[in-house]
Design a protein around this ligand. Structure first.
Ligand SMILES: [Zn+2]
Length: 373
């Protein structure tokens, strides 16, 4: 296959994803806290998406990063002009679920910081990022790829947790093939569960935010964070249209539970934590924003409605100190000034905590609220 065909195939995949996201129309989402339906709907749609993803991620290693970023940037800029009514705010997603009891200690909103570590470059910046957040009084979670392009040093994991940060799991290999078949997913889930036990991790996020919430019951985790309220820039662009966490009950929960001698904390279901602020890569690398203004305005809106502000910041794209940013990096000052803004304007009224603690809080609500079935 020639280089130009590869590029065309690559661009086509992105274009199809973007076009589907444009068709995404607001639907009223105000389900009870325990109710869950997988909005990735029809099987036909899901299988054509799986096939497209299989082709796309098969070709991806052969298209250089700079070219992929250039194509994505061009398409993202074009898409942005068409989605003002659903991004960065999806109207209707601010409605709290039925039975929502509010945040602990009467806090007005939750503020959750998460990081996916994509490469060796990101791994090398984890400590600096941890120190920056620590100095400003914040805690976050760092999600590592167990079988990716780097090995996760046990000392780093221990240092993070000793300082009140959380360690989570980001995909298994981060190759885009995690959901390519049911059987493959089950095999990989067993390996993910082994890493979760070894690392003491209780949270998961998939690579490229690909997902199938029904299959995720195979994972022995308390929460997943692979969904979002609205993000038409992602390859699987269907949003959940809510700025609140929700419970995903396991349809076989009770039978699994009775078969197991040890009580598995995730056997009844898991908590889904959608990210509700745009990803840093989208804002600063694709759309080339020069300030964190979009984060601030969205956070104001989430705070006003008492939701959960959850962001995914990748150390891989952060340019620390006085280094010159590469085309896929942005100044760490954007992130820092966003955190300072939150402290300055909302000190004392938000719950900054790790996603694990949000999940524990939500699991308690789910067990208090009667099932909707
Ligand atoms: Zn990733």
């Amino acid at each position: 296959m020639s280089a130009s065909m590869l590029i065309e195939a690559f661009a086509e995949h992105r274009r199809r994803g973007f076009e589907e996201s444009r068709q995404e129309r607001h639907t009223s989402f105000n389900a009870p806290f325990r109710a869950h339906t997988d909005s990735s709907s029809g099987h036909g749609g899901r299988y054509s998406l799986m096939l497209r993803n299989r082709i796309y991620y098969g070709l991806k290693p052969f298209v250089p990063q700079f070219l992929r970023t250039a194509i994505r940037r061009k398409l993202a800029m074009r898409l942005r002009k068409q989605i003002g009514d659903v991004w960065p705010i999806m109207p209707g997603s601010e409605r709290a679920p039925e039975n929502w009891p509010g945040w602990p200690e009467n806090k007005q909103f939750a503020f959750v910081l998460t990081h996916d570590v994509e490469s060796k470059a990101g791994l090398a910046r984890c400590r600096s990022l941890m120190e920056l957040e620590h100095d400003l009084g914040f805690r976050s979670s760092f999600n590592f790829i167990p079988e990716g392009s780097y090995r996760v040093p046990a000392e780093l994991r221990q240092e993070l947790t000793a300082n009140g940060f959380e360690v989570g799991i980001h995909d298994l290999k981060h190759d885009g093939h995690l959901f390519s078949s049911r059987r493959k997913f089950s095999r990989r889930a067993a390996r993910i569960n082994a890493y979760a036990r070894e690392w003491g991790a209780s949270g998961f996020r998939s690579g490229f935010m690909l997902r199938n919430l029904d299959w995720l019951h195979d994972l022995d985790v308390q929460y997943d964070a692979s969904t979002f309220d609205t993000d038409p820039f992602e390859p699987q662009p269907q949003g959940r249209h809510t700025i609140f966490p929700f419970w995903v009950p396991n349809p076989d929960g009770d039978s699994i539970r009775s078969q197991q001698s040890a009580v598995n904390s995730s056997s009844k279901g898991y908590v889904e934590l959608p990210y509700t602020l745009p990803q840093d890569f989208t804002l600063f690398v694709l759309l080339q924003e020069k300030t964190p203004e979009i984060w601030m305005r969205k956070l104001d809106w989430i705070a006003q409605h008492g939701g959960m502000a959850l962001v995914d910041v990748h150390p891989d794209y952060l340019c620390f100190d006085n280094a010159i940013a590469t085309p896929t990096e942005y100044p760490v000052g954007h992130y820092k000034s966003f955190l300072e803004y939150v402290s300055r304007h909302y000190g004392g009224v938000f719950w900054n905590t790790t996603p694990r603690k949000v999940a524990q809080f939500c699991a308690r609500i789910a067990s208090d609220v009667p099932s909707q079935e």
